[in-house]
Design a protein around this ligand. Structure first.
Ligand SMILES: C=C1C[C@]23C[C@H]1CC[C@H]2[C@]1(C)CCC[C@@](C)(C(=O)O)[C@H]1[C@@H]3C(=O)O
Ligand SMILES: O=C(O)CCC(=O)C(=O)O
Ligand SMILES: [Fe+2]
Length: 385
């Protein structure tokens, strides 16, 4: 019989020294057991989260009547949506028409993907400056306040442009055996895009620009789907799964699993959003805030992690087609409400968040200043020519 070699286990001090000397790799299968949290993952005191913020009692908006064409139900749903968007920019929807099976498949296939060994997931490695692909935390991208999460992101555009974009991307990166995996997310994105167009009708009604206005604006969208996977962490009060931010995108439709961890900031207080398997959390992002000329708020939120259970969320980020100019309809601009943001296109804001600025709670303000500086600069250079 051969003796089984027993590897001596490194002490926490040794782990700390090793990590301070070698480039950081977020391998969740190892890091989730470690008592020492590398300093790059430790958030400053003023941004540290409390894991059990009080639940926010938020009303569920029932979309059943609206989706089946009842005009009175549409008026009521748009009133509730409008109220929530003016106040804090997020709400929950139920009876949304998305098959329960599709949502549970989307969660199940996430488990398959993120349980793969790191090297296998890295076949889809996100490239510097790009927003799509697999990222194990953002170790090569940022050097501090790293998020305790792994993500897989991909682009989505509705059917007539590219009916198999999602599936083709995932199969191309991960191999042919990921065809079923690709089909699930292709279908999930299509369902999310349709749901978001319905919500755009409610937003249009509530803002008084008509039901069709934003639906048409977003009909051909260039959206992003992101799978967020938050491994357990031995010191969850030091870290954050996703730091405090407003989504730079237009509208986010999020499905969180039953673990809990999403928190939103309302009137300067953080609150937890209790998971509900039947509900989607919807939030306004910076691009829609600009489109509504500031009438609707881009919602400030974050995600915490815990020491017991891995958490998952599915985020669909609705974004305008690349060539659409983000400019509010004339009904939302007048003497009392002058233009708050300059015209821009989604690729300009996306590039800003991928190359110049890490998205946080001030992205839209920073982007506006950046655009204004750029335009002053180019006016000066044109003048000099
Ligand atoms: C366009 C995007 C950038 C981020 C992914 C989408 C929409 C939300 C952005 C993000 C989640 C905001 C918090 C910071 C961020 C770096 C993250 O923690 O993932 C952001 C995403 C990103 O830049 O990759
Ligand atoms: O995981 C969550 O609950 C929130 C994630 C999030 O805010 C994001 O991906 O933008
Ligand atoms: Fe977000």
């Amino acid at each position: 019989m051969h003796p089984i070699p027993i590897m001596p286990q490194p002490s926490n001090q040794e782990i700390k020294e090793q990590q301070d000397q070698h480039p950081l790799v977020f391998d969740a299968s190892l890091l989730r057991h470690q008592l020492h949290i590398p300093s790059q993952f430790v958030w400053p005191d003023e941004e540290k989260a409390c894991l059990d913020e009080p639940d926010l009692p938020v009303p569920f908006i029932d979309l059943g009547g609206f989706l089946s064409g009842d005009p009175l139900a549409a008026t009521e749903a748009s009133r509730l949506v409008g109220e929530a968007c003016q106040k804090h920019g997020f709400f929950l929807v139920v009876n949304h028409g998305i098959q329960h099976q599709l949502i549970s498949d989307a969660h199940l296939y996430m488990d398959h993907f993120f349980s793969l060994p790191l090297s296998h997931k890295q076949r889809a490695q996100r490239m510097p400056g790009e927003h799509c692909g697999y990222a194990s935390s953002f170790t090569g991208r940022f050097s501090s306040k790293l998020p305790w999460k792994e993500t897989l992101s991909f682009q989505y555009s509705p059917r007539n442009n590219s009916p198999t974009l999602v599936k083709d991307y995932l199969c191309d990166k991960m191999g042919k055996e990921f065809e079923q995996f690709g089909n699930v997310y292709q279908d999930y994105c299509e369902a999310m895009s349709n749901l978001s167009l319905g919500i755009m009708e409610l937003l249009g009604l509530s803002l008084g620009v008509g039901r069709a206005y934003f639906r048409e604006f977003f009909e051909e969208n260039n959206s992003i789907m992101r799978l967020n996977y938050y491994p357990t962490c031995q010191k969850p009060d030091l870290t954050l799964g996703t730091g405090p931010h407003c989504d730079p995108t237009s509208l986010t439709i999020l499905h969180q699993d039953q673990v809990g961890g999403l928190q939103v900031c309302v009137d300067n207080e953080w609150h937890s959003i209790k998971p509900d398997v039947n509900a989607f959390v919807v939030n306004v992002g910076d691009t829609f805030m600009a489109l509504s000329n500031g009438r609707y708020k881009s919602c400030l939120h974050r995600a915490v992690v815990n020491s017991e259970t891995t958490r998952k969320s599915l985020a669909f980020f609705l974004c305008p087609r690349s060539d659409k100019v983000v400019s509010p309809p004339c009904e939302l601009v007048d003497k009392l409400s002058p233009r708050l943001y300059p015209d821009f296109t989604w690729p300009m804001l996306l590039e800003f968040t991928q190359k110049h600025y890490r998205a946080d709670m001030k992205t839209l303000e920073a982007f506006t200043n950046w655009l204004q500086r750029k335009s002053t600069h180019s006016n000066i250079s044109n003048h000099i020519k």
